[in-house]
Ligand binder design. Structure first.
Ligand code: SAH
Length: 251
């Protein structure tokens, strides 16, 4: 059995209880060493075998999995955040299907929610946005047509932009074009939930400068939208004059 596990954003206690349990029982651990905290490995069995996938190809990862399963070993494939977002798990899953190897996927706390927690905000405010766009700028990996940041910004939705802080100037230009303004709140969260986490606040006008001053060029979320700063209406859910299935309106 192969368990794809979300390790969470960094802090070792932000893995799920289920994920930790599987990690404790794993015989073979393949972890994404560039982003997953090594602290997770202290929960593994003493005799577990640990691979860092940072220096491995897909073929090598699959080979390790295949041999392990042949030897009746439990494999944990530890991905950063939630494995279903920029995890490159689909290509592994498809290879496992071809080999008739069983697997499960255990979700994790993604860095986009961890980043929003760090700045103590809520993505979905009633009259501001009820939609969150998770995306990245195109780089060496392109994005499909219609998903350019400029087009996405036109929706005025709350945004969490992954894998892009090293390109902050291009990000800002595209967003400003889409929003039609530089006066849009932005927060940068570097290494959300790690001990050396940093947060920066600004607008499309000045955030590029701030990011460069701090020298942030990797492992950051770019959060964008009016959910970060400004007025909003309170929610109907907790409004005394609004009744719903679990509470009738007060008289
Ligand atoms: N599956 C992961 C994302 C992997 S892609 C998840 O759900 O979070 C890697 C990108 O995720 C990084 O470039 C960065 O944008 C973001 N990221 C990962 N960990 C982060 C953290 N602790 N703080 C801020 N951003 C992080």
């Amino acid at each position: 059995m192969i368990s794809f596990v979300g390790a969470g954003p960094g802090n070792v206690d932000l893995i799920t209880v289920k994920g930790r349990q599987v990690l404790e029982e794993g015989d073979i651990i393949i972890y994404a060493g560039s982003l997953v905290s090594k602290e997770h490995l202290k929960f593994c069995k003493d005799d577990s075998k640990i691979y860092n996938s940072a220096s491995m190809t897909l073929e090598e990862v699959i080979e390790v999995m295949k041999k392990a399963v042949e030897g009746n070993k439990k494999v944990v494939r530890l991905h950063t955040g939630d494995p279903t977002i920029y995890g490159a798990i689909r290509e592994q899953i498809d290879e496992l299907d071809k080999l008739n190897i069983e697997y499960e996927v255990i979700p994790g706390v993604s860095s986009f929610t961890a980043a929003c927690a760090s700045i103590k905000r809520e993505f979905t405010l009633p009259n501001i946005s009820q939609t969150i766009i998770l995306t990245r700028i195109e780089g060496r990996t392109p994005v499909p047509e219609g998903e350019d940041l400029e087009d996405l910004a036109k929706h005025n939705a709350s945004m969490a932009i992954f894998l892009s802080v090293q390109e902050i100037d291009r990000v800002v230009e595209k967003l400003a074009k889409g929003y039609g303004s530089y006066d849009i709140p932005v927060a940068i969260v570097y290494k959300a939930s790690w001990e050396d986490e940093e947060t920066l606040f600004g607008t499309l006008e000045d955030i590029g400068q701030k990011v460069k001053e701090k020298g942030i060029n990797k492992m950051a979320q770019i959060l964008v939208g009016n959910f970060i700063k400004g007025d909003y209406e309170r929610s109907k859910l907790y409004d005394p004059s609004f009744s719903h299935k679990f509470r009738s309106a007060s008289k």
